[in-house]
Design a protein around this ligand. Structure first.
Ligand SMILES: [Zn+2]
Length: 286
């Protein structure tokens, strides 16, 4: 074990369009337990959580309540932080995707990829599901129904920016094969490898501002905002100083664990977190 490197653990950044529930608490408590354990072992730790605040669903949720998007997200984030305080979560940082320190990094990463030719402009026609904020292919939607949320989809053609994900396909496959511990549990790893066995489509990473304005501007085209992939996932590096604070970044990256939901959590921490959760319930509810 390298004791110079901090133990770095992350939760997903939670989406602010709705209230948090026990599933969010479960993942966050698991990260909390792992962090406290490493601290007790004398190790430096960095535990990151935060909020994912852009996108259509957030914009809509604010509209429905008749408040500005900024006010709505501020209020929701206040609730998230209040809950983590109540649960005595020991996170080191809470990153919001609407913070300048995050936006700057997202734009730098996008510029870099754009100048490398990894991001290209193209027109796209497909079936769009508004609640899920994503396009589906003809065979996905069958009877014009979204395979995820089962609501109806509409056909849209628009020009957008695409990330050439296929360029990284081989590299990704060999990395996962060479590092069997990279994705756990094993059935999730196999699921990803199965997905990667098919040709990867270019990934749509933008939304035209006329359809969605609540997002981070593309640094190379002010008519567009970026969309979930680069906006949200970048939090894992923006919070630890990428790219300017090299020392901080090197001390943390790569993360020891990115927790991404109940299945992962179940396989590793179920026993511990249940004990802690029962303790919490006993203290606060009974
Ligand atoms: Zn849907």
């Amino acid at each position: 074990m390298d004791f110079n490197k901090a133990f770095y653990i992350t939760t997903p950044i939670y989406y602010v369009n709705a209230e948090l529930h026990i599933g969010h608490a479960f993942t966050t408590i698991a990260a909390d337990i792992a962090t406290r354990f490493q601290k007790a072992m004398g190790r430096k730790t960095f535990f990151l959580t935060g909020s994912d605040e852009h996108g259509q669903k957030v914009e809509q949720a604010a509209k429905e309540r008749g408040v500005s998007v900024q006010d709505f997200t501020d209020k929701m984030v206040g609730k998230f932080k209040g809950l983590w305080k109540k649960l005595d979560i020991c996170h080191s940082d809470f990153i919001r995707t609407t913070e300048k320190r995050h936006i700057d990094v997202v734009q730098k990463v996008l510029s870099q990829l754009h100048s490398k030719g990894d991001i290209v402009k193209d027109s796209y026609s497909g079936w769009y599901c508004t609640p899920c904020e994503r396009f589906w292919t003809e065979k996905d939607v069958g009877e014009k129904i979204c395979p995820d949320c089962k609501r109806s989809v509409e056909q849209i053609t628009e020009t957008n920016y695409f990330f050439k994900m296929s360029r990284y396909q081989k590299r990704l496959i060999s990395y996962i094969h060479e590092h069997p511990e990279y994705i756990r549990p094993e059935n999730r790893r196999n699921e990803i490898l199965g997905f990667l066995a098919q040709p990867l489509q270019d990934l749509c990473i933008s939304r035209p501002k006329k359809r969605l304005s609540w997002g981070i501007d593309l640094p190379f085209d002010p008519e567009y905002v970026t969309y979930v992939w680069f906006d949200a996932l970048t939090n894992y590096i923006s919070a630890i100083g990428y790219p300017d604070d090299v020392e901080k970044f090197n001390q943390h990256w790569p993360a020891n664990y990115h927790l991404i939901g109940k299945h992962f959590v179940f396989s590793f921490f179920a026993k511990w977190s249940l004990v802690r959760m029962l303790h919490f319930l006993k203290k606060h509810l009974f």
